[in-house]
Design a protein around this ligand. Structure first.
Ligand code: SF4
Length: 358
């Protein structure tokens, strides 16, 4: 089995009671079947407490429901009571794994850290070195997965090229994201035409050499649609939702932050989503989600006056927690980006080109 991870993955250690935004805040915890069985047969008095806190959500899944926006096992000290009472190995899968995520492709696994964890976010933005992925052979059972193997290998090579485009630092990050979107659009067309063998001929230099025209009207219209879409989402922190709903009104003139931070953010989204198109053939929507997220996060940074890297990291983490970790929010945005013409590549390029001229 081959496993691929970002270079910072191994450095992660949960900071527990020092965490400014524990993973237990704001979320219901879905309980996997194996843990549910284990909790059902726990004979200690603590087993009774666990069982009394299991409820079902609207989809009929067993959960530990948040109480007053906190996990019922989260102590005032910021530590987990269940961890103290029955140990890490008996936590449910969600809690044992978080913030690690896995994408499985048969004998190949990809593992990353979710930006929604503050300590993972710190690691993602720790270094201005271009982000790298490391692969190694390891033991482990193959996870059965229903993906298109030929498309997977095409996407693997395409992702390398996409990362190369996004790390060409002689261009502004906005220009690189525009080039990446055009590259993804060309790749999507080849997938649609079933011409995967031609993907190897897509040239990073070609897409980077394009100049982009800019229409303020089209950029405004598209931003207006983003704001409308963000208005329909659910937020753990309503004030954060209000800021996101108003990103169309943010004046970007005068806001300055290092390009490399937005490059790392793009690479994070590309690593997490791009290659999952091997399951559904839709790489362009994943590319758009990455670009829209970077546009939204940068606008939030400007709106909230994030002058330091720590402030910008904190806002990026909160965006991830609100958007990536609410499946309803994520599903809604992916659907909208797939269908609505306002999320067309040309419109996204218009918004990014405005950033280039700021
Ligand atoms: S959010 Fe991250 S650092 Fe904080 S408690 Fe959870 S895993 Fe630990």
């Amino acid at each position: 089995m081959k496993i691929t991870r970002p270079v910072y993955f191994e450095k992660f250690a949960c900071i527990a009671d020092r965490c400014p935004d524990t993973c237990c805040a704001g979320w219901d915890i879905v309980i996997d079947g194996e843990s549910l069985e284990k909790y059902g047969s726990l004979s200690s008095p603590y087993g009774d407490k666990i069982r009394s806190l299991i409820t079902a959500d609207g989809d009929g899944e067993s959960i530990f429901a948040a109480q007053g926006n906190r996990c019922p096992f989260l102590l005032d000290s910021g530590l987990c009571e269940m961890y103290k009472e029955i140990g890490h190995e008996n936590l449910c899968l969600t809690c044992r794994k978080f913030p690690r995520f896995t994408n499985a492709f048969g004998a190949r696994l990809e593992e990353g850290l979710s930006l929604s964890c503050p300590e993972a976010a710190r690691l993602i933005f720790e270094s201005d070195e271009p982000a790298a992925l490391v692969s190694k052979e390891t033991d482990g059972a193959i996870i059965p997965s229903d993906f298109d193997a030929e498309l997977y290998f095409t996407l693997l090579a395409a992702r390398k090229k996409a990362i190369d485009i996004l790390q060409q630092r002689k261009f502004s990050v906005e220009h690189r994201i525009c080039a990446f979107l055009e590259f993804s659009q060309a790749l999507q067309q080849l997938i649609k035409e079933d011409c995967l063998e031609k993907a190897a001929f897509l040239s990073a230099e070609f897409f980077l050499s394009h100049e982009h025209t800019y229409s303020q009207t089209k950029a405004k219209r598209a931003l207006n649609r983003f704001s409308a879409d963000f208005s329909t989402l659910e937020f753990i922190r309503p004030d954060f939702g209000d800021k996101l709903r108003n990103i169309e009104c943010v004046d970007m003139q005068g806001f300055v932050a290092p390009d490399w931070e937005y490059e790392q953010l793009m690479i994070y989204f590309i690593f997490r989503y791009f290659i999952t198109a091997a399951y559904d053939g839709d790489v362009l929507t994943k590319a758009k989600f990455a670009a829209v997220s970077v546009i939204a996060v940068k606008r939030l940074h400007a709106a909230l006056g994030a002058l330091t890297k720590e402030q910008r990291t904190d806002i990026s983490q909160k965006y991830s927690k609100e958007i990536e970790h609410c499946s309803d929010n994520l599903d809604y945005l992916f659907r909208s980006m797939k269908k609505s013409r306002y999320y067309g590549t040309e419109n996204l390029i218009n918004i990014l080109s405005e950033g280039e001229k700021a």
